[in-house]
Design a protein around this ligand. Sequence first.
Ligand SMILES: [Zn+2]
Length: 279
Amino acid sequence: MPELPEVEAVRRTLIGTVDGRQIEGVKVLRRDYFRRMAFPAEQLLGHTLRTIGRHGKRLFWQFDADVCMVSHLGMSGRITLRMPGDACLPHTHLIIVLAGGIHLHFSDPRRFGGVWLYNRGTDAVAEHVQGRMGVDALSLREADLITWSQKATCLKAELLNQKTVAGLGNIYIDEALWMAQLHPLQSVQRLGPESRARLVACIGQVLRASLDRGGTTLRDYRDAKANRGGFAESLAVYGKAGQPCRRCGTKLRGLVVAQRSTVVCPKCQARRKRGEHAN
Ligand SMILES: [Zn+2]
């Protein structure tokens, strides 16, 4: 948490407001919030922000002269648009002042997130994407999962692996597996093409539905304009162990898969026995 829809919602609330603006001030309140600095952060001064891209849960801030900053929200990070004189959120580690009096505050109480600075956009992509992140979950196609026939992992572990698909976490994996009627412990190797296609369709459907509502706010998450996401009320299984399944009424069951709390409907997501292949 936050996952792809929340990071994309932050990006969408920034685009149109911050791009095209020159940096007029950089205030580093906590230097170790920077995971990597190809140059001192203060040298961002004078650079113009061209655009903000996203891959998985990371944002790529592309400035002029090919300078690039990567940001990751971790567990509790927030990027907030503020006006001059607005109070800082607690645990604000970086403030970037843009032309027009727009202040960008980067805060992160638990500090699992951070930012990275690069002289070239290709360096940022080489370090964060190539060999480290698979296809972005919003662009996932069934053909991207063709190597699953040689893998010995279970569905949930494989979907949590950012090298396989970038951007998914506990919430949207549980939701997509429930929608696709697949058990999280199902072996990926024995998942047939029809089930793979259904899973890919359900992942896209869940992510887009959440994006339409501005993501999921369980506690801390807000977009860059401090709005809560409204998808929490649409969740079918996440955090709902013990409640009736929306589809069949069976009591939802909590279990632990790949060290993560997981919720399934024992009926809709019945686990297939050995030798029994899912289509
Ligand atoms: Zn059910």
